[in-house]
Design a protein around this ligand. Sequence first.
Ligand code: SAH
Ligand code: SF4
Length: 414
Amino acid sequence: MTTSPDLTDAERARILAKTARFAPPLAQLADGRRDLVGLSRAELAAELAAIGEAPFRAKQLWHWIYHQGVTDFARMSTVARPLQQKLAEAFVIGRPEVAAQQTSADETRKFLFRFRDGQEAETVYIPDRQEDRGAVCISSQVGCTLSCRFCHTGTQALVRNLGAPEIVGQFMAARDAYGEWPSPKGETPRLLSTIVLMGMGEPLYNYENVARAMTIVMDNEGIALSRRRITLSTSGVVPMMDCAGAELGVNLAVSLHAVRDDLRDELVPLNRKYPIAELIAACRRYPGASNARRITFEYVMLDGINDSPADARELVRLIAGMPAKVNLIPFNPWPGSPYATSKPAVIERFAGIVMDAGYAAPVRTPRGRDILAACGQLRTESRRAAVTRRVLPAHPPMQAPSDPQAGDRLARTG
Ligand code: SAH
Ligand code: SF4
């Protein structure tokens, strides 16, 4: 079953309109200085033109910002001192503030980033211990509009979308923490070598900001991370999956988690809007899927809920003929979570059925569980002051007032 193009267009327009109501604040300081991070090349050129500078300056600044990673105009050695000063009067090169960070026994590191309006989101760096590389798990929203039953972020209402500067900024600030500047070129190994849009929030409900941010990250004269090193995970916002495929071409991961609509309706409530058949059809038409670039199906293993051999067989039937792999994620508990993790033998049996059908089915060893940094454990306190300005009246008020003790707060969040 496919959605008709008209319906899809209308749906897309509706989603984008709704998104606008959760727009991030302007990337500007109280003194009026504009943050240059997160602007497209054309926007950067326009900002420079506004202060009387020639277009070639945009290329120069792009190099300093995204290749060299400098945050201080005074370090731009190819820019004359008077212009450095002029730039510093009009602009900043921003980063989210590191409000707190924790490192797990397995070296996974969780950052709590605070943005200019005081809102916070978490970012996780997951190093590969065998190789010099690692994944940066980036958040796209503060909270989430969806409320998947097994997800900690889902217990936090959506506060707002993150802006492109805040999304790129998470990656750049993580690179700062590991000193990985300038951006390694070509095939030079990178410590922070892949991006997974699997942190807080549903990236396809903040598509425009995510797309802007990823376009910057992929730019060859800057951070230059190829689209093959970026994976976007969605709970199944079908109309926006087509956009992401056509415009970004990044790898796709789909949070399936159940193979029958009745169960998926319960676990991933978005399924009531875009049921399994529509979701699978969108995966089948996702461009560029091949054996070298398979679609990842994420499947959280919940004890006695979705982990039977019959579920595994139905999963194989659903994805038949698709270049796909299945990531089996043992459920990561969080305070008050309503499920238990499937038993290891049950997970092995499930994986065996999927593998016998010819699909890779790795069991994802949880990383950073001890610091609540594993899949689905992220959650931040929401700040009431900012919420009252941003959240629609229909949304419930946020849970807790702000707490100035960041270290304290991190200990309580996930
Ligand atoms: N909103 C997007 C991306 C963020 S969640 C999405 O839902 O795909 C990243 C992955 O972690 C998703 O597959 C999500 O379903 C999974 N997840 C959420 N809570 C989890 C938990 N408690 N244990 C294991 N995986 C979880
Ligand atoms: Fe949102 Fe993804 Fe969590 Fe569902 S699993 S509540 S879509 S972050």
